[in-house]
Design a protein around this ligand. Structure first.
Ligand SMILES: NC(=O)c1ccc[n+]([C@@H]2O[C@H](COP(=O)([O-])OP(=O)(O)OC[C@H]3O[C@@H](n4cnc5c(N)ncnc54)[C@H](OP(=O)(O)O)[C@@H]3O)[C@@H](O)[C@H]2O)c1
Length: 167
């Protein structure tokens, strides 16, 4: 089973020039909590934006470049959607962490979305193509707590697909 973990600005902004448009430590903490101990699936550009292999999580990177290899025991590289699907059998939960190309590719296989909504507009080069709200139910919604390091209002929302694609 795939779950998206995604943060968006007011206009579904996701990224700018291969990094995040905002500074929001609460969301970094939330991302860590949701992905901890999981296998994370990501596009090659998102992997390169992380700048390092994250602790305690396995990374699967999608690229079409057959010469792309990462020599690390917590990193695998796959070269097509079919290869990804064959290497990520259910019912285990895999967290899909972006970017926009990979969310578009994997939406048809995804039943859950951990969505952080950040209540501000940003300059962006990459946007989240939000799924049709009529197909999804909000099962949890929490306001983020503001403080001197987290000054932008934000909400942590969990959505589930009404008719599951993965049983
Ligand atoms: N706000 C958030 O929650 C969030 C989350 C993640 C990322 N981001 C941001 O999003 C941006 C990156 O997103 P992006 O959409 O530009 O790139 P991306 O989705 O991370 O990666 C795109 C790459 O994935 C590979 N790919 C795509 N489709 C494929 C397929 N069918 N088979 C095999 N490989 C495939 C290709 O790699 P090759 O070119 O190597 O073939 C493609 O260039 C950054 O700014 C990042 O900071 C934001």
């Amino acid at each position: 089973m795939y779950s998206f973990v995604v943060a968006v600005g007011k206009n579904n902004e996701m990224g700018v020039n291969n990094h995040l448009p905002w500074h929001l430590p609460n969301d970094v903490k939330y991302f860590k909590q949701v992905t901890w101990d999981h296998t994370m699936i990501m596009g090659r550009k998102t992997f390169e934006s992380l700048l390092k292999v994250l602790p305690n999580r396995h990374h699967i990177i999608l690229t079409r470049d057959k010469s792309y290899h990462i020599d690390h025991n917590r990193v695998s590289v796959v070269y097509s959607l079919d290869e990804l699907l064959s290497k990520t059998p259910g019912p285990q939960e895999y967290t899909v962490i972006g970017g926009s190309q990979i969310f578009d590719l994997l939406l048809p296989y995804t039943d859950k979305i951990y969505l952080t909504r950040i209540d501000k507009s940003f300059e962006a080069t990459v946007y989240f193509n939000e799924p049709d709200p009529k197909d999804w139910t909000i099962i949890d919604e929490k306001e983020g707590i503001l403080d001197e390091n987290n000054t932008i209002p934000h909400k942590f929302i969990t959505l589930e697909r009404k008719v599951k694609v993965c049983s």
